[in-house]
Every structure is written in structure tokens, then in C-alpha cells.
Design a protein around this ligand. Structure first.
Ligand SMILES: [Zn+2]
Length: 315
């Protein structure tokens, strides 16, 4: 055999396994508004919350995907259901997931004084800390409702100091898939037994999640010269209960390995100081980009389709 052909075959064999493996990407999964998001359908009670919790945790474990669940403890205070709702959080802990603080009652920091917001943080950690007792020591995480981190520099800095003193790390997100928008129409379709609309919403939601992920993959190298570990913001709701398995499969197909939030936060990008002050709740990719003095366009960050938004506004 010609020497050059032998070399060519050898080179092909050496390079093939690396190509087959595809890109190696990391993603941390976070779920907000635990134990469960209601979407305005009266029959959506404790049983719906139990079903969604069981299904989300089953899928996470099947994919060996760790997650942090951010709790609003006021959602536990429903007459006659307190123990049953605390049991939902216990299931997260028993499944090896971590719990974080998302304030007591999900208020808008823009509408509150620093002192009022501090009270919400203190009141929001009572049961969660007790449930996480067996996991000591663990990193405390805080996520601002609506990711409103302070509409003035003074408020933002004051709450950062308060959180750090209580050993909290602020939790960023780099991908947001508007699941709460899709979920409203989805819950209504489920309860109306309108399977055609429910299926269309599931399919559109999955495609949208992948489109939002691809945007984060495109924009992060423009900010950090490389793709960074991503953090996906989801909610503990019905559409995720029914789509998470396929979502994680598709993300796995794009080369994602699901890592703890602790591990994602070791990515140097997450050490970027967020100095942006806004009354809105933008993604951390935008915050970090602005904090680094850059001015990239985020107009390609996808928006949910109009028909999904119409269903959402009908709530
Ligand atoms: Zn929330």
C-alpha cells in the first residue's frame, strides 16, 4: 500500500473519535418558584403539585442531572396542606437536589425598600435551611424574583452586602426560555383536555428552548472569547414536568453535560462583577457584556411566538 494512503488512514482513525464526541458543554439546571407554580386554573391543586414534583425529579435522576430549586416559602402556607407541601421540598432534598432562597413571597424588589427586601430574604429561608440540615456544609444560593437585582445602585449594593454577610451567592442565569409564558396556555389546555393545543405548545416550547440555548452559545464567545458553562432558568411547573425528559435529551445531543451550580459557578465568566443597574431582569450574559463595557446586540435572543403570548395574556 502507498505510504501516503497508510498515513491518511492513520490520521483519519486518530481524528474520528474526537469528532464523534462532539462539543463538550456544561449546563447547570435551576428551578424557581418551588414547590410548584400555579397558572390560574382552579382545579390545579395539591395533586397537580405532587405529580409535577414527582415527574421533574424522576427525569432529573434518570439523566443524572443535579439541580437547585429556589423556594418561595409562602407557597407552603396553604391551609390543610402545609405538611404535604413541605413534603414536596423534602422530595427534592431526598433526590439529591439542593434548595435555594427565592424570598418568602416573590415580591418585586423595585417596589420595596432594602429593609423590606431583607425581611423577605430572612423569612424565606426558615424551612429550607431546616430541610437542608443533613447536607451541611453547602453553598447558600439566592435568586432575586424576576431577577430584579436593584433598580438603583444604592439598593443593588446594599442587598449584595446583606446577602454576602449571610453567606449567600447570587445565582445568575445565562439562558431563559420563557417557560412561564408557555405554561399558562399549557395548563389551561391540559385541564380542558385539549391535547392538540397541549402537544403544539410542548413541541414549540422544546424548539424555543433549543433556540434560546443556541443564542447563548453564539453570544457567550463574543463576550468571553469562548463558550462558557450555561445556567438554565426554569420553573417548577407542568410544562417542564412534561417536557424535561425530551429537553435534556436534546441538550445532551448538543454536547451538554449537566453539572451542579457549584461547578458552573467555578467558570471564570461567573467571577465577572455585575455592575449593571436596571429595573428590568436581563440575563447575566447581557449584564456581564454591559459590565465589561461592551455593546453587543441581543436582538436575536428569541421571543416566544405571538400565538403563545396571546394564550398567556388571556390568563
Ligand atoms: Zn420566580
Amino acid at each position: 500500500m502507498d505510504f501516503k494512503i497508510v498515513i491518511a488512514i492513520l490520521l483519519f482513525c486518530l481524528s474520528a473519535p474526537a469528532q464523534a464526541k462532539g462539543p463538550s458543554r456544561k449546563m447547570a439546571l435551576t428551578f424557581d418558584d418551588l414547590p410548584y407554580v400555579r397558572a390560574g386554573v382552579p382545579s390545579q391543586g395539591l395533586q397537580s403539585a405532587q405529580r409535577a414534583t414527582k415527574e421533574i425529579l424522576r427525569v432529573l435522576q434518570a439523566h443524572r442531572a443535579p439541580a437547585v430549586g429556589f423556594v418561595n416559602e409562602n407557597k407552603l402556607q396553604i391551609a390543610g396542606q402545609v405538611d404535604a407541601r413541605i413534603a414536596l421540598l423534602q422530595q427534592w432534598v431526598d433526590a439529591g437536589m439542593a434548595l435555594g432562597n427565592h424570598t418568602y413571597s416573590h415580591p418585586d424588589f423595585n417596589q420595596l425598600t432594602v429593609e423590606q427586601f431583607e425581611d423577605e430574604i430572612i423569612k424565606g429561608e426558615v424551612i429550607t435551611r431546616r430541610l437542608m440540615q443533613s447536607h451541611q456544609p453547602y453553598q447558600l444560593y439566592f435568586r432575586h424574583p424576576m431577577t430584579h437585582t436593584g433598580d438603583t445602585q444604592a439598593k443593588k449594593e446594599a442587598i449584595e452586602i446583606f446577602l454576602a454577610a449571610r453567606r449567600y451567592k447570587v445565582t445568575p442565569h445565562t439562558i431563559e426560555n420563557s417557560d412561564f409564558v408557555f405554561n399558562v396556555g399549557y395548563v389551561r389546555a391540559l385541564h380542558a383536555k385539549d391535547e392538540a393545543t397541549a402537544r403544539r405548545l410542548r413541541e414549540t416550547y422544546l424548539d424555543f428552548t433549543l433556540a434560546a440555548t443556541e443564542f447563548a452559545e453564539r453570544v457567550s464567545p463574543q463576550i468571553f472569547d469562548r463558550e462558557i458553562a450555561q445556567t438554565l432558568l426554569l420553573h417548577a411547573n407542568d410544562i417542564n414536568a412534561d417536557c424535561l425528559d425530551e429537553m435534556l435529551r436534546r441538550l445532551g445531543g448538543r454536547g451538554y453535560r449537566f453539572v451542579t451550580l457549584d461547578e458552573a459557578m467555578t467558570d471564570a465568566a461567573y467571577q465577572t462583577k455585575d455592575t449593571t443597574v436596571s429595573k428590568y431582569g436581563p440575563t447575566w450574559l447581557w449584564r456581564w457584556m454591559k459590565s465589561k463595557g461592551m455593546n453587543l446586540s441581543f436582538k436575536d435572543d428569541p421571543e416566544p411566538p405571538q400565538w403563545v403570548k396571546v394564550l398567556y395574556r388571556q390568563q
